[in-house]
Ligand binder design. Sequence first.
Ligand code: PLP
Length: 393
Amino acid sequence: MATNTINKGTQCVWSGEEEYLMQGATQVPVVHSVSFGYKDMDEWQQVALGQKPGHIYGRNTNPTVAVFEDKIRQLEGAQAATSASTGMGIISSALFTFLSPGDRVVSVKDTYGGTNKIFQEFLPRFNIKVALCDTTDHEAIEQEIVKGCKVLYLESPTNPTVKVIDIARLAKAGKDAGAIVIVDNTFATPINQNPINLGVDLVLHSATKFLGGHADALGGVICGTKELVKQVYHFREINGATLHPMAAYFLLRGMKTLELRIERQNKSAMKIAQFLESHPEVGQVFYPGLESNPGHDIAKKQMTGFGGMMSFKLREDDFDAVRRFLPKLKFAHAAANLGAVETIVGPPATTSHVECTREERAAMGIPESLIRYSTGIENVEDLIGDLDQALRQ
Ligand code: PLP
C-alpha cells in the first residue's frame, strides 16, 4: 500500500502495518522471541549481513518494534527510523554516535533537563565542547554555529517554557557549516510539525509522551536519512538501550489515535491558555498559540497546530504557591510526565528540570512558581472550571 499520498490520520492507523505479520492477524503481534532461527545457513548469513530482510537477535531488531519505527518514519516523512528504550536512550545514542573528542556541539539553554545534563555533565568529560545559547537569540546561535559545529541540536517548542525556535533558519545555518542538525520534536509531534521538511537531518521523539499518549510505555525514536539512522542504530544496538516489543505494541496502539488526540489537545490548550491569560491569579502564560507570545509568528510559519503543552507562572511567584495550588486540581495528575490522555501538571523543579539546581533553573529563566500543563483529552469546559476553582482557592 503506497502511503506517501495519504493523510496523517490514515497514516496513524495504517502505516507500517501493510503486511499481515502472523497468520492474518489484523493487529500487530507482540513478538517476544529473543532470537530468530534459520535452518538455511545461507539465508541466516544474508540476514545477518543485512542483505536480506529479517531479524537475528532482539537487542538489534524485532518485528513489533520494526512496525512502530516504520509508522513514525512515515509520519515524519523520513527515509529511515530507529528506536530506543526511552527518549533519553535515543538522544544519548544520537549524540554519542556523531560526537568525538575535540568536536563541538551547539544547542540552546532550554532543552529537556536530561538532555541538558548530557551537555553539561557527560560530553565535557570526553573533551566535547558544548555551546549552549539563549534559546530565542537566533543571531547568537548562528554566531556559535560558524565558529565550528559538528552537531546542531535543537528542541522546539522547548520544555518547559514552550519557546519556539525558527527551525528552517537554523537548519540552514547548521547545514552551511557542515553540521548534522537534530531536532527534538516531542512537544509538537509529527501532527503539528515535520522538521525534516524544514531542512533538518534527524528528528527525534520521546515516544513516552504524545506518540504513545497513554502514559503506559517508555520509548524513543529517531528518523532521518538511511545513512545517519544506520549509524545511530549501530551505536544503540551496541549500547543495548533497545525498545521492548511490549512497549512498542503499546506505543503503536496509542499512535492509532495520535491525530485525533492532538487535534483535540491543540483546540483545548488554546482555550485554556486564553482563559489563564485573563485570570487575575496568573502571572504569565507561555503558549505559542497566544498572539502575545514572542514565538507566535515563527510557530504560525512552521507548525500546523500549537500543541497541547503550555506553562504558566502564578501571580504569587514562589514554590509555596505551587504547593498550595496543585493539590486542589481534580482533573490533573501531578506527575513527572506529559502528552497523555489525562491532563498532567508539574513544576519543572520536580519534573523536567529536577536534575538542575535552583540556581541553574533561575539561570535558564524558569520561575519558581512555573507550572507545566499538559492538556489531556477531557472536556475543555471541565478543565477550565477545574483550574478556575483551584486558582480561586
Ligand atoms: N525530550 C523531551 C522534550 C522530554 O520532555 C523528555 C521527557 O520528559 C525527553 C526528551 C526524555 O524522554 P524519556 O523520559 O522517554 O527518556
